[in-house]
Ligand binder design. Sequence first.
Ligand SMILES: Cc1ncc(COP(=O)(O)O)c(C=O)c1O
Length: 382
Amino acid sequence: MSVKNFLPDQYEATAELEINHNYLQGQFSDFQDILQKIGGVVQKGDFTLGRAVGEFEDRYAAVIGTKHAIGLGSGTDALFLSLKALGVGPGDEVITTPFTFYATIGAIVTAGAKPVFVDTGEDYNIDSLKIEEAITDKTKVILPVHWSGKPCEMSLIGEIAKKHNLKIVEDACHAIGASIDNKGAGSFGDFGCFSMHPLKNLNVWGDGGIACTNSDELADKLRLMRNHGLVGRDHCEMFAYNSRLDTIQAVIADHLLNKIEHITESRIENASRLDEGLSKIKEVTIPPREKGRIKQVYHIYSLLFERRDELQEYLINHGVDAKIHYPIPMHLQAAAKEYGYLNGDFPISEATANTTLSLPVHEFIGEEHVEKMISLIQRFYE
Ligand SMILES: Cc1ncc(COP(=O)(O)O)c(C=O)c1O
């Protein structure tokens, strides 16, 4: 096998579509302002863990509603290091969902533990009523994923964790700004982990991640772990890792944090309009929304569609960047072979993977784009 970088082709494949998932040119149209701020970092030279990192972390923690936020190299590192900080290692099991991005499982496996899957419910998130059945004496952590920016049922997950003395790491990589009863996603568990990958709602010019926690002790541990275990230039408390959020990326993320409300509200508005227009089509299933109590931020806007693959081709041919997030659940990936899961083990995740399709809803999607997507889908099913 020869492993090639497939990303350049992937970027170019859909670049010309009118209604695109990629909106970065728009999001960073004020890049001259950002460059000016970066100029300050260049002049000062504090590229690693410079002052701007701490300033951004404080603002981020306030947005999520936690005592601490620790800037890291990526969302994957946030998950991996959080698990390590909680003492997860070989022989341990971590309960999570098969309907997620590869990184959730990669972090568990890199930490040395075994991923144990629990099927999803109708809303794409882990079915919290099925979690207890999966607990063994090796279980150490429950790792719910707030898929697409919809928070999981955290009160029930919290009760289960308490009853069985388990830790919680939230994969909140899709969920900045999401909340349950006004409490931020990422603030419920021992750690809440966020990604700032270029296609996330709050993003940087490359990779970046951040982990939030209310525990002083865990925050200290993570701050050590991201920077070689150093408490000062010449003193190492623990041999550890290097996963620092770059100062330059912190400057970019901080700049964008000023716009996060607009970014979030635009997505919610576009999603509501699409929900309304598409709810009349019988071949389309809209997942449960639970508006009011739950604030869902639509990092991904996906519904279930009959004849999904045909519809995707039709939409792409008509200028809509319809994407599948994702067609193969984790337990059926080649990488999961050693865990022995089979097709049919998680029927809802599998059915979701076979019928889900995502439409762009970011802040540069206007009413005319929403109308166009609705009428194209209506026409397809007529
Ligand atoms: C659900 C989920 N978890 C984790 C990650 C990993 O984040 P990153 O790409 O910053 O490592 C992603 C990112 O793309 C994600 O979608």
